[in-house]
Design a binder for this molecule. Structure first.
Ligand code: SIN
Ligand code: FE2
Length: 202
């Protein structure tokens, strides 16, 4: 079933439990090679979300700002994007072009992400694909400028969402998770993958 909220296309229960478990195994491998960390925001506060990336580039933040980096903070390359994730991207976006970053966010108890635009990429014509795994997360969708009325919806394990077109620069955030609502992850919490084309052609 597909629902569209303010231009965000949400495919509810797109992944069956077996596919979800397969993705978790893939992500575990990525996180073994490139361990999760909590980046510091430019304001000097650690983010409550833990993250790592797969692909040529990984998303990174510290006091000098938000950006893509070609290495994990430990100095190792980011692991390749798992095949199953690439297949999902191509199936759902219909694009031949591959993403060059798959950001992996982990929300434990109390973790959240404030309202923001995804705007560290070179070209906003490419969509962002989002995959939710584990505990449900309350996702908030705003407007293309900061503020204004928002709408919230629960993203559940196996839901896949595309943020593209006019919605590509819509503000969004994750208010909270419903801890223990899924048994996919052994210790609970929520994983969110976002695949992006970060680099431009130059
Ligand atoms: C993000 O906007 O980067 C993450 C959204 C989510 O966790 O669903
Ligand atoms: Fe985002």
């Amino acid at each position: 079933m597909r629902v569209t909220v303010r231009g965000f296309d949400i495919y509810k229960a797109y992944l069956d439990p077996e596919q979800q478990a397969g993705l978790v195994a893939d992500i575990r491998q990525v996180a073994e090679a490139a361990p999760m960390f909590s980046p510091e925001t430019p304001y000097g506060k650690p983010m409550s979300v833990r993250m790592t990336s797969a692909g040529a580039l990984g998303w990174y933040a510290d006091r000098s700002g938000y950006r893509y980096a070609d290495k994990h903070p430990s100095g190792v390359d980011w692991p390749p994007i798992p095949d199953a994730v690439l297949r999902l991207w191509h199936d759902l976006t219909g694009l031949e072009k591959a993403p060059d970053c798959c950001l992996i966010n982990y929300y434990g108890e109390g973790a959240r992400m404030g309202m923001h635009q995804d705007r560290d990429e070179a070209d906003f014509k490419w969509p962002v694909l989002s995959v939710s795994l584990g505990d449900a997360g309350l996702f908030r969708i705003g407007n293309t400028t900061r503020g204004g009325k928002t709408e919230s919806l629960w993203l559940e394990s196996g839901d896949v969402m595309i943020m593209g077109g006019d919605a590509r620069l819509t503000y969004h955030g994750l208010d909270r998770i419903r801890l223990g609502s899924s048994s996919l992850l052994p210790y609970g919490g929520r994983l969110n993958l976002t695949c992006r084309v970060a680099r431009g052609i130059l």
